[in-house]
Design a protein around this ligand. Structure first.
Ligand SMILES: [Zn+2]
Ligand SMILES: [Zn+2]
Length: 193
């Protein structure tokens, strides 16, 4: 694994700017990988890691930069919890840790760098150097991953009886003898015009 500075440089390029979220995300990912015994997530061990991110903000990109886990490879799972947290699963050993950024890290940044005037600069600097226990809660967890959520080929492909669109990986809903996609079953996020 590269150093934190090297990873931050790559995160900045990939994300488009440097921000506190990149620093937290890089550190979360480094910690998570280390705690589940993964030292080369983008190389030899790329098939052994799945990350569950609980927020769709800056840090999620940094976690992608460090781990190489991606939505399109099914190695990054997005849970819409609105929390700056992520779980790192070693699929080979089953070990998993959940890393949560603490709300108190902001006050810790204020205490560590009172001389830096701008709040965001203060956080940016502090998050690079503060000890992990001031920034994160880390907990051992167990994650069960279903066959239909695994990377690799889809386990199923069916057609929605209503709209005719194809549905992968058992995301269909059975209703009154019909096979429906989630949208036709009433879960659509859009309205047809
Ligand atoms: Zn950002
Ligand atoms: Zn449908």
């Amino acid at each position: 694994m590269e150093t934190m500075e090297e990873l931050l440089a790559r995160a900045e390029t990939s994300h488009g700017h440097m921000c506190a979220g990149q620093v937290l995300g890089v550190r979360m990912a480094l910690l998570g990988c280390e705690r589940v015994g993964i030292s080369d997530p983008r190389g030899a061990e790329r098939k052994n890691i799945i990350v569950y991110v609980e927020i769709d903000r800056c840090a999620a990109d940094a976690i992608n930069t460090v781990t190489g886990c991606r939505l399109g490879k099914r190695t990054m799972k997005y849970l819409d919890y609105g929390k700056l947290a992520a779980t790192f699963l070693n699929t080979k050993t089953g070990e998993a840790v959940r890393v949560v950024a603490l709300d108190t890290s902001r006050e810790a940044a204020d205490r560590a760098f009172p001389e830096i005037e701008n709040k965001y600069d203060r956080q940016l600097q502090a998050y690079k150097v503060l000890p992990e226990e001031e920034l994160f809660k880390i907990e051992r967890v167990r994650v069960r991953i279903n066959d239909e959520d695994q990377p690799g080929r889809p386990v199923s492909r069916v057609k929605c009886d209503e709209c005719g669109e194809g549905i992968n990986d058992r995301r269909e809903v059975a209703r009154e003898g019909q096979t429906l996609c989630r949208a036709c079953a009433g879960e659509a996020y859009y309205v047809k015009l």
